[in-house]
Design a protein around this ligand. Structure first.
Ligand SMILES: NC(=O)C1=CN([C@@H]2O[C@H](COP(=O)(O)OP(=O)(O)OC[C@H]3O[C@@H](n4cnc5c(N)ncnc54)[C@H](OP(=O)(O)O)[C@@H]3O)[C@@H](O)[C@H]2O)C=CC1
Ligand SMILES: O=C(O)C(=O)CO
Length: 307
C-alpha cells in the first residue's frame, strides 16, 4: 500500500518524515519518484489529474487545500472519498488574516494609505468596534475559528450559512430567505464561502445594495464568487467604502485591471492561509487511521453539496 504526495517537494519532505514515524507500514512516494500506481491507496494533491484512472486501487483523495472547487468531482470514481484539508496551521493563518483584514477595514487603513500618498496628515472619523458589525458569509471551519479570534475586540458578530446554526455570541442567519436581513445588519462583510454553483457570483450588485451604505468587503473565499465590475461600481458610488481581496478571477489579475490601482482596494496574492506541512501531515495520518478503522475522515466532502 502506498501514499502518493503530488505537490511541492519541500512539503513532501516534511510529510515523509512524519509518515515514517507514524505510519511506517505505508510506502510514501513523492510524484517525482518512480512508484507502482496500483499500490496507491491514498493520494494528496491540489486538483485531480486527468489520469486518475491509473490509480485503480485509490481509496482516498486528499486535497492539499481547504477548498475543493478545483477538483472535478465527475472525474473521481464514486467509491473514492474526497477529503478537504482540516488542519491547525491553515486555521491559524486564516485567523491572522481575517483579524488583519477586519482591523484594516475598521480602522480606515485604505483611506490613510491614500492620504499618505498625497502627503496629508489628518485624522478621520471612525466607529468604535461595538458599533461596527462584522458578518461572515459561510461559517465553516475557517470562519468559526476567525470569529473566535475576533471576539475580544467586541465587534457585534453575525454569520450566514446554508443550514441553521447556533454559535455563542454570534447572530446566526441561514438560507436565501435570511440573506437580506443578515446583509442589512453587516458593516464589514467577510466572505469565507466555498465556491459552488450556488455561491459563484454571489458578491454582486444586488448583494452590495443590501449592505448599509459605506460597508466594507473582505473577500477570502474564491475569485469567481465576486463580480469585480459590480465591486468597482459599488466603490465608486460610495455604497462600499473599501475592499480587501485575497482572491480574484483570474489570479493574478491582468496588469491593466482597474482593481490593481483602485484607491479603495487592497489586494493580496491568495496568501491568506496556506496548509502547513507539520500539522497537515498529522491530520492526514489521523484521517488514514479513521479510514482504516471504517470511519469517515474529518473533512469528507459531500459531493452533492460540492464542499
Ligand atoms: N484565501 C485563502 O487563502 C483560502 C481560502 N479558502 C476558502 O475558504 C473556503 C471555506 O473553507 P472552510 O471554512 O474550510 O469551509 P467549510 O466547508 O468548513 O464551510 C463552508 C461554509 O459555507 C457555507 N455554505 C456553503 N454553501 C453555502 C450556500 N449556498 N449558502 C450559504 N452558506 C453556504 C456552509 O454552510 P453549512 O455550514 O450550512 O454547510 C459552511 O458554513 C474554502 O472552500 C476556500 O474556498 C480556504 C483556505 C485558504
Ligand atoms: O486551502 C485553500 O483552499 C487555499 O485557497 C490555499 O491557499
Amino acid at each position: 500500500m502506498a501514499f502518493l504526495f503530488k505537490s511541492d517537494a519541500a512539503r513532501a519532505a516534511i510529510f515523509r518524515q512524519v509518515f515514517a514515524r507514524e505510519l511506517p507500514d505505508l510506502e510514501f512516494h513523492h510524484c517525482s519518484e518512480s512508484f507502482d500506481p496500483e499500490k496507491v491507496r491514498y493520494l494528496l494533491m491540489w486538483s485531480a489529474p486527468d489520469d486518475l484512472s491509473r490509480f485503480r486501487n485509490l481509496e482516498v483523495l486528499f486535497s492539499i487545500g481547504a477548498g475543493v472547487d478545483q477538483f472535478r468531482p465527475e472525474t473521481i470514481p464514486d467509491h473514492v472519498k474526497l477529503v478537504r484539508m482540516v488542519e491547525d496551521g491553515i486555521i491559524r493563518m486564516m485567523q491572522e488574516y481575517v483579524v488583519l483584514g477586519v482591523l484594516t477595514l475598521h480602522r480606515e487603513m485604505l483611506a490613510y494609505r491614500e492620504q499618505q500618498r498625497r502627503g496629508v496628515w489628518q485624522a478621520l472619523a471612525t466607529s468604535q468596534a461595538p458599533d461596527r458589525r462584522v458578518g461572515f458569509l459561510g461559517v465553516g471551519m475557517l470562519a468559526q475559528a476567525a470569529i473566535d479570534r475576533l471576539k475580544p475586540f467586541r465587534f457585534p458578530l453575525a454569520a450566514w450559512s446554508r443550514s441553521k446554526k447556533v454559535i455563542e455570541g454570534v447572530a446566526c442567519f441561514h438560507g436565501d430567505d435570511q440573506l437580506g436581513d443578515f446583509l442589512r445588519g453587516t458593516d464589514i462583510l467577510v466572505c469565507l464561502l466555498p465556491l459552488t454553483e450556488q455561491t459563484s457570483g454571489i458578491l454582486n450588485a444586488r448583494l452590495f445594495s443590501l449592505l448599509p451604505a459605506g460597508a466594507r468587503l473582505l473577500h477570502v473565499g474564491r475569485g469567481p464568487q465576486l463580480d469585480q465590475g459590480a465591486l468597482i461600481e459599488a466603490l465608486d458610488s460610495g455604497q462600499l467604502a473599501a475592499a480587501m481581496l485575497d482572491v480574484t478571477d483570474p489570479e493574478p489579475l491582468p496588469e491593466s485591471h482597474p482593481l490593481w490601482s483602485h484607491p479603495k482596494v487592497i489586494i493580496t496574492p491568495h496568501i491568506a492561509s496556506v496548509t502547513q506541512p507539520h500539522t497537515a501531515a498529522r491530520s492526514v495520518i489521523e484521517n488514514i487511521r479513521r479510514h482504516r478503522a471504517g470511519r469517515n475522515p474529518i473533512g469528507l466532502v459531500d459531493r452533492t453539496l460540492g464542499y
